[in-house]
Ligand binder design. Sequence first.
Ligand code: UDP
Length: 234
Amino acid sequence: MKKLEMLYEGKAKKVYKTDDEKKYIVEYKDDATAFNGVKKGTIEDKGIVNNKMSAVLFKILEEKGVPTHFEELLSDRESLVKAVKILPIEVIVRNVAAGSLAKRLGVAEGTEMKTTVLEFCYKNDELGDPMINDYHIEAIELATKEQVEVVKKYAFKINEILKEYFLERGMKLIDFKLEFGVFDGKVILADEISPDTCRLWDVETNKKMDKDRFRRDLGDVEKTYQEVLERLEK
Ligand code: UDP
């Protein structure tokens, strides 16, 4: 597999074309941003953690019947993935109140949700990723009604699989963000699943084991990212 020209550089990853037009190579960076790019920094070896962790989780999800873009781990920072067209929607799943939900609804962080909460945001940096609903998605043609139904079905299934998986490794899955893409006409899971995109709290101590350590200057950022990966690889 030949790595060809860079197609796109995002905040945390670079995407390259390959000599197979149906495959891309994703390269994970150590760059970290928060608050829509206002806070910038680096988290040493974050790219390695996020690449390896995504690989582990995508494999498990595939085994359990969720199609993903993941093909194979190529190196510490690179993975081969299917060349999807990303739906411009961020899908957020919440089990416990935290972050923007806690603020927006005036619910204390750590409050258990009575039911799993699903949110959509329009993936658009200029607009600051505004929250949207099914109607907006259909109205401005971000995805079809059928695609939204598939996304919802997978999002809830992924939550059940990941909640159990993290719990077995001593972590509570508080919330997370997913992105989906279209490949050969089908909706599949894409992007990454990592401490950048999930909130994970230690079961015993409630220690935050995710990007909130960077966002909120809680210290031990690098060490905690490594610890999450170690728990997954055990
Ligand atoms: N999230 C993400 N990318 C975003 C926004 C949110 O990965 O652009 C994740 C975030 O890490 C958390 C969940 O989605 O696990 C919910 O985030 P929230 O809406 O609370 O926003 P935040 O507090 O991160 O601004």
